[in-house]
Design a protein around this ligand. Structure first.
Ligand code: ZN
Length: 346
């Protein structure tokens, strides 16, 4: 165990942080990925963080920017915040090559994740992207796909920057949706969707979950409702019914903190927090999670425009996890992700 200058305690037995500050000019690792060897490294890292007394986190949903990503810096942040593994999707350029370079640079910290359904590849260029993604899960052994934006309001940062190109609507039951569900159905590899909570969007998603019972869907951002007037159905009881009707559905828990406001609507969009008591999460949400802990996955939603800001989302995620009872807390923090990706216990 090592106490560093910030007062944080680092676990013993962690893989050293890489010394490189850029992925540029590095050679990619060969594919298919050797998942057996990788899983051995990943288990060791989870165990080292647990042995240090910190609850290890597996971040199921984050992405890294093209040229600006600093492997040494990011590894240090992960170690400081007890993030055992990050499922990282490359945001720009040739995503497969970037991801393979990442896995060459630091194989102990990252779960290779395919290119995501985000601009500039999506929805223009989506056919090509999905062909590459299908090949990557089939031949390169990527264990996760995503995140694909079917309905996406601009993020808080994008609203503030006036970037409306991220206001995306792709029908989930249209050709691209069918193709993606089919890839997952055939490969067994899960994919992540960004799908805002609106009444009109719920029936088509349910129809797709029924039509592709072996497709594994991670619906990102549990309980994030940005315009309450567009959402009268979704809530803990609806989510419970969805989980009980569709064994192939999962949720990730990347959402804002208790005081976070969505600037597009001026509403508090992370609806999970208990605003009445001012403490923890709403008991009805806690009850659904405790009843189905393997269906909820810890996530930080780090992106290329905020690679240095790991501390705040990690704090929010731990605040949420602290409100979950102990046996389920560990499941949501890391065991559920491992079980979903590898069908084994961690
Ligand atoms: Zn998202």
């Amino acid at each position: 165990m090592l106490v560093i200058g910030t007062g944080l305690v680092l676990a013993a037995g962690l893989e050293p942080t890489p010394s490189i500050t850029s992925l540029d000019g590095m050679a990619p690792v060969s594919v298919p990925f050797d998942l057996g060897a990788l899983k051995a490294k990943w288990r060791q890292r989870v165990g080292a963080i647990r042995a240090s007394g910190q609850l290890p986190l597996i971040d199921i949903e984050s992405s890294f920017g093209g040229g600006k990503f600093n492997p040494a810096r990011y590894a240090t942040l992960m170690d400081e915040h007890g993030i055992a593994l990050t499922a990282f999707s490359a945001e720009a350029g040739r995503w497969d090559e970037r991801t393979r370079i990442l896995m060459a640079a630091d194989p102990a910290r990252y779960i290779p994740t395919t290119g995501a359904g985000i601009p500039p590849w999506w929805p223009g260029g989506a056919e090509k992207l999905l062909t590459e993604v299908a090949e990557a899960v089939r031949s390169h052994r990527y264990p996760l796909m995503g995140e694909f934006e079917f309905r996406h309001y601009p993020s808080p940062r994008q609203v503030k920057r006036g970037e409306n190109d991220r206001d995306i609507t792709v029908p989930i039951d249209g050709p691209l949706g069918h193709r993606l569900f089919q890839i997952s159905q055939e490969s067994g590899v899960p994919f992540e969707i960004h799908y805002e909570v609106e009444d009109a969007l719920l029936p088509p998603l349910e129809a797709m979950l029924r039509q592709y019972p072996k497709a594994k869907v991670i619906w990102c951002h549990l309980a994030q409702i940005r315009y309450q007037r567009r959402s009268t159905t979704y809530g803990p009881e609806y989510v419970r019914r969805l989980l009980e009707s569709h064994p192939n559905l999962y949720f990730d828990t990347a959402f804002g903190g208790p005081t976070s406001i969505y600037p597009g609507s001026n509403e508090p969009h992370a609806r999970i927090w208990d605003r009445e008591s001012g403490r923890g999460i709403r008991p009805d949400w806690a009850a659904v999670i405790a009843a189905h802990p393997y269906r909820f996955l810890a996530a930080l939603d780090i992106g290329g425009d905020r690679m240095d800001q790991v501390g705040e989302p990690a704090k929010v995620l731990r605040q949420f996890l602290d409100a979950i009872p102990a046996p389920e807390r560990e499941i949501v923090a890391h065991k559920a992700a491992w079980k979903l990706l590898f069908n084994e216990e961690l």
